[in-house]
Design a protein around this ligand. Structure first.
Ligand code: HEM
Length: 153
């Protein structure tokens, strides 16, 4: 019982960290880029990456050991939709991550990285889309947890 509750807690903590990191990215991508906002973006993206790995590991543990059984989730339409959405968000996050990582040498010299308006608008629309898909993912999580969309073993 306690292990299951702690796994649920850790899962929610990771889910909140992902949502928070994306909101920090969206806000920090507004306006002119500074050394401080570029560093904030790099750190938020690092937290996003760590939380994403954590949520997969904890999620698998919940599927296998702590919740309804693997058989249930593999026959749950919202669970499968949740995994597809999670993969889509992960793929969308590649371009922002590569952009932020390319700034490390400029930031090491305390210089503002080169970042034109077109690239900035592109990243903002990607992060917007990630957040929209995350909202749909959380809906799928609630449906899955309450047994909606279960196709029966
Ligand atoms: C961004 C990624 C994710 C978010 C935001 C997220 C969010 C959530 C939320 C909010 C719940 C609670 C649902 C409720 O009780 O109403 C939940 C439950 C759960 N999640 Fe995730 N999750 C994510 C990724 C994953 C992954 C990758 C897996 C599996 C590999 C997973 C497996 C589970 C399981 C097994 C439960 C318990 C469902 C139940 O009570 O039967 N989640 N998730």
């Amino acid at each position: 019982m306690l292990a299951s509750a702690l796994a649920a807690f850790a899962h929610h903590l990771a889910a909140f960290a992902i949502a928070a990191a994306l909101v920090v990215e969206l806000v920090s991508l507004r306006g002119e880029l500074t050394v401080a906002s570029a560093r904030r973006l790099l750190n938020a993206d690092r937290i996003y990456g760590i939380a994403a790995v954590a949520i997969i590991l904890i999620g698998v543990a919940r599927v296998v050991w702590f919740e309804k059984s693997p058989g249930y989730y593999l026959h749950s339409v919202p669970f499968i939709a949740k995994m597809v959405l999670f993969a889509a968000i992960g793929l969308l996050s590649i371009r922002p991550t590569l952009t932020f990582l390319s700034w490390r040498s400029a930031l090491a010299d305390n210089r503002i990285p080169t970042f034109d308006t077109a690239a900035q608008n592109k990243l903002r629309s990607i992060v917007h889309l990630e957040l929209a898909l995350l909202a749909v993912l959380i809906l799928c999580a609630a449906l899955m947890a309450k047994g909606v969309g279960f196709l029966g073993a």
